[in-house]
Design a protein around this ligand. Sequence first.
Ligand code: PLP
Length: 240
Amino acid sequence: MTDRRSELAANLAAVEERIAAACAAAGRQREEVTLIVVTKTYPASDVRILHELGVRHVAENRDQDAGPKAEACADLDLSWHFVGQLQTNKVRSVVRYADVVHSVDRVRLVTALSAAAERAGREVGCLIQVALDAEEGAARGERGGVAPGGIEELAAAVAAAPALRLGGLMTVAPLTGPYADRPRAAFERLREFSSGLRAGHPAANMVSAGMSADLEEAVAAGATHVRVGTAVLGVRPRLG
Ligand SMILES: *Cc1c(COP(=O)(O)O)cnc(C)c1O
């Protein structure tokens, strides 16, 4: 094994162990939680190693990096998740490789994604990103996401778009506001919004929450997908 391969294998095993322990503690089956490895800022060669190690879901947050990386890995059976704030002028590129976009937070983006996906002949899964720090007043959060009051409108827009599939909800634990430093409470709130959403959209059962620092809290709160970068790949060389 190369050094990088052994490093990634060891990190991945440790993350697997954390997820398994969190599932056991919560009385959940391991299969209920999907690990998405966030490969942003890391090269396609790492994606390739991760695939060899059994990873099947990867995530990126910038189209400029994600597009070429996905193309370099087109021969691998991988699901690509887009988790970054998304400009409408990037959707044409993103729908070419993304299987799921986790950061849907405005109707204009839904319209653009739908048109692009239809033109590309692809069906794209959409998660509505909820900004729990925007609960008071603001329409959207600092780091993207719609205020909880906007979930229903967006869900209806995605559900009505022929080339989009409403997958569920996503959040990032807020750094400010009532949920700052309370990831468990934040993820439980997301789970409540998910129950509300599923009342009208039973298939929209994905709950994307939890990163390297708080995946246990997310699993305890019912997340179906955790997005883990640093704990698998190492501390990123630059902000991303
Ligand atoms: C970078 C990123 C992650 C992974 O974060 P880590 O702390 O490196 O695990 C998860 N979700 C989103 C939206 C991200 O941008």
